[in-house]
Ligand binder design. Structure first.
Ligand code: ARG
Length: 466
């Protein structure tokens, strides 16, 4: 069996491609989304070819116009990429040739699909990064709003998933703000390394034509020109680095998801997700499931897989281009798509989640989470911390044995444990709010410290918006 696809490289071949081989070789079904970037790159390339006198200016203009019309028609849906084309580059060129005739063939002067695909991908990733950064900002803004609302909501902070010390809900939510701030920073810094021009590298060794790569870089908004032609066509660091940054972003979203799932369980009851962001069960009428958060947590694994696939794809490849590299796209696109929708949906989920401040407050009652504050009190009276820890440990142990909690203790109970408690106010020492407020240094959960943190978070956002 042979394929009927038009081949732009058929000159030296005396047999048609086997249909199965064509199908196996083809990438159009997953690289078709690159077409706007393919056209954008080609317009810059042909403009430069004309300006440098490599092809006549009138022909360059005709090709440029043809590409622009093609872009309009593909956008409007009045033109379609030939489904039998091998890849997006062939598909665009075939359409252009149908419209312009043989002159369209001059577009590929001083260019190869190897530098072309690298250029298209970089343009695509650059745009995707901008969209992702915008969405990271949405989630950050929602976290800031929630933190403002919940400045004075106190909940049990945990370590080992055991009640540890009381924290402000604002403080807890802002922890995720800073994770996302680093995610944004990684994407911003990676963007400059994405934003370098490979075009002009040719197949691998450069080109015999007097091209002007800097001009092409300027036309496409690239920050620089890749210095080495072999590196230009062989490098996929920019894709791996982006997916690596997104793996971290997904890991952050997954942790947030896990907490929202836990908090909306019957046992916790700290959060209630809106009916518009939850789903029901086909058998259990009472169920309201946190599917969105679960899916974000689940999809995190896909992005880790995409990263592993890309690293593994590249690790054994000799210079320069190898067809293996066609396999970069599905992992890359999957990671970009997954992070994109996960960020959007996480924002919607957060905007439609209510935090149950009463349940959070009562969860702190009787949980011994102010025990450190009792020890710190003794330290302020001059006792070394290790001894103070021991004294309070005994108080907790006694309470556990006698079925009491710290809130039950009177001044004389405390003084029985240590005379240094003589002037202590037992109610204040057992207060979760008091405990949180006492942590006033930068980065702590005290009211003023969190207000300060909120100011820095808002400043960070205005800086990100640039
Ligand atoms: N579809 C190919 C890819 O995505 C384009 C580059 C093909 N180059 C080649 N020498 N066959 O990698």
């Amino acid at each position: 069996m042979s394929s009927s696809a038009p081949k732009l490289w058929a000159g030296r071949f005396s047999q048609e491609t086997d249909a199965l081989v064509h199908q196996f070789n083809a990438s159009l079904h997953f690289d078709r989304r690159l077409w706007p970037f393919d056209i954008q790159g080609s317009i810059a390339h042909v403009k430069m070819l004309g300006e440098c006198g490599i092809i006549p200016v009138e022909e360059a203009d005709a090709i440029q116009n043809g590409l622009e019309e093609l872009r309009t028609d593909l956008t409007a849906g009045t033109a379609q990429l030939h489904p039998d084309a091998e890849d997006v580059h062939m598909a665009v060129e075939t359409l252009l040739t149908e419209r312009l005739g043989p002159v369209a063939g001059k577009l590929h002067t001083a260019r190869s699909r190897n530098d072309q695909v690298a250029t298209d991908l970089r343009l695509y990733v650059r745009e995707a990064i901008d969209g992702l950064r915008e969405r990271i900002g949405w989630v950050q803004d929602t976290l800031i709003e929630l933190a403002e609302t919940h400045l004075d909501t106190v909940l049990p902070g945990m370590t080992h998933l055991q009640h540890a010390q009381p924290v402000r809900l604002a403080h807890h939510l802002l922890a995720y703000f800073w994770m996302l701030a680093r995610d944004d920073e990684r994407l911003e810094q990676g963007r400059s390394r994405v934003n370098q021009l490979p075009l002009g590298a040719g197949a691998l060794a450069g080109t015999t034509f007097p091209i002007n790569r800097r001009r092409v870089a300027d036309l496409l908004g690239f920050e620089g020109v890749i210095e080495n032609s072999l590196d230009a066509v062989s490098d996929r660091d920019f894709a791996i680095e982006t997916v690596s940054a997104l793996a971290l972003t997904m890991m952050h979203l997954s942790r947030l998801s896990e907490e929202l799932i836990l908090w909306s369980s019957h046992e916790f009851g700290w959060a209630t997700m809106g009916d518009n962001v939850t789903t029901g069960s086909s058998i259990m009428p009472q169920k309201k499931n946190p599917d969105v958060a679960e899916l974000v947590r689940g999809k995190t694994g896909r992005v880790f897989g995409d990263l592993t696939a890309l690293l593994t794809l590249m690790k054994g490849l000799p210079l320069a281009y190898n067809k293996d590299m066609q396999e970069d796209k599905e992992s890359l696109f999957d990671a970009l798509d997954t992070a994109h929708i996960s960020l959007s949906v996480m924002n919607t989920l957060l905007q439609n989640t209510r935090f149950n401040t009463g349940r959070m407050a009562s969860a702190s009652h009787g949980d011994f989470s102010t025990a450190t504050d009792l020890a710190d009190y003794l330290v302020r009276q001059g006792l070394p911390f290790r001894q103070a820890h021991e004294v309070v440990g005994k108080i907790v142990g006694d309470c556990v044995h006698t079925g009491r909690v710290l809130e039950d203790l009177s001044s004389s109970d405390l003084q029985a444990a240590s005379a240094l408690f003589a002037d202590a106010d037992p109610a204040a020492l057992a207060s979760p709010r008091g405990s949180a407020d006492a942590r006033g240094a930068i980065g702590g959960t005290g009211r003023e410290a969190v207000l300060e943190q909120l100011t820095r978070a808002r400043f960070r956002r205005s800086h990100q918006k640039g």
